[in-house]
Design a protein around this ligand. Structure first.
Ligand SMILES: C[S@@+](CC[C@H](N)C(=O)[O-])C[C@H]1O[C@@H](n2cnc3c(N)ncnc32)[C@H](O)[C@@H]1O
Length: 200
């Protein structure tokens, strides 16, 4: 019985469902990201030398795909607000820096003077409070250099086109059917802010 309890604790869907029940809006999904979804997100990360920042690492499906794609662990920084997921991610990926923090504070969490190549976000931007989502997107504009890439998935298969990201142009958009539920992955390139917004 004790064995079963220990195995369940490390069974990622179980961990995910427990978090979902306590913080549904922050988790914003009914099941961990599938391998297909995670690989699709990782495929849009450019090869480079700067940091790749993963937001909302959760159980680590996307973290795993980024590493499997060849990203060196020291180039990956994961930011996650749930202490339970942070503990899990640190155990599962000992070579990766996992910060316990909030994506609304992104600029304060990142090391100065290290260029950011890409943001890979599993954040549930549609279920978070609208103010938080606006702050998070403003932070992306603050930390990404021109040409930096932001990758996001959404369960709205039409994508984020109805709420365009200020300062970004879409570079790729794919539907991943093998996910629960199916999702659209979009990759955006940061250009510049046409109308400066408060990115504090
Ligand atoms: C859709 S789930 C993650 C899915 C993940 N790819 C997986 O397979 O487990 C969203 C994640 O974002 C995290 N999150 C939500 N709001 C956040 C915030 N403001 N800052 C950092 N992480 C946040 C949640 O705790 C959760 O782990």
């Amino acid at each position: 019985m004790r064995h079963l309890a220990i195995r369940l604790r490390h069974f990622t869907p179980w961990l995910f469902v427990q978090e979902l029940l306590t913080k549904p809006a922050a988790v914003g999904a009914i099941w961990p990201s599938s391998d297909r979804l995670a690989r699709c997100m990782a495929a849009h990360v450019p090869t480079g030398y700067g940091l790749v920042v993963e937001l909302g690492g959760g159980t680590g499906a996307v973290t795993q795909a980024l590493l499997e794609r060849g990203l060196a662990p020291e180039r990956l920084l994961v930011i996650e607000c749930s202490p339970t997921f942070v503990r899990h991610l640190r155990q599962r990926f000992p070579g990766v820096t996992v910060l316990h923090g909030d994506a609304t504070e992104l600029a304060n969490l990142l090391p100065n003077s290290v260029p950011i190549d890409a943001i890979v976000s599993s954040l549930p931007l549609r279920s978070l409070p609208a103010d938080d989502t606006a702050t998070i997107l403003a932070q992306w504009c603050r930390v990404l250099p021109v040409g930096g890439i932001a990758i996001q998935f959404t369960y709205d298969l039409r994508g984020m086109h109805r709420r365009p990201l200020h300062g970004f142009v879409e570079r790729a958009s794919d539907i991943v059917w093998a996910n629960l539920p199916p999702a659209r992955v979009q990759a955006f390139e940061f250009r510049r802010l046409e109308h400066p917004i408060d990115a504090a």
